[in-house]
Design a protein around this ligand. Structure first.
Ligand SMILES: [Zn+2]
Length: 127
């Protein structure tokens, strides 16, 4: 992923597989345009046509869309109230914090079917 030198929030999909223990594995990151119109520095919006396009790509690669990633510019990788409001249950939400145009840290969150958000530990594996 190339995320440096971006002052607006970036976003995309996490493609991979989920496991019955609640974990998952991301095998591909697919960046899509931030379709938010008014406030790209603090918000992101994924257009439904991008969702359909990436779902097709995932299907062809025998993968599933297991979540979404987006960046926070000069902010912690914590879910904002907007992130929580629009979250789908069981989707992984990976937030990448960018500070001064450089990657700072990442945290991953997931909402269960009762609407409770939990942090999901991240393991980076070289393959
Ligand atoms: Zn956010």
């Amino acid at each position: 992923m190339q995320l440096e030198y971006v002052s607006d929030e970036s976003c995309g999909f996490l493609l991979g597989t989920t496991y019955s223990d609640g974990g998952g594995e991301v095998l591909e990151f697919i960046e899509v345009a931030n379709s938010e119109q008014s406030n790209k520095k603090n918000r992101y919006l994924i257009h439904p046509t991008d969702f359909i396009k990436v779902e097709r790509m995932a299907c062809e690669a025998n993968l599933e869309i297991i979540g979404v990633y987006h960046t926070h510019i000069n902010q912690e990788a914590l879910l904002s109230s907007t992130d929580k409001k629009f979250a789908f249950p069981q989707f992984f939400y990976l937030i990448l914090s960018m500070v001064n145009f450089k990657f700072s840290h990442a945290r991953c969150w997931r909402m269960d079917n009762e609407g409770i958000f939990k942090e999901i530990p991240i393991n980076v594996v070289d393959k």
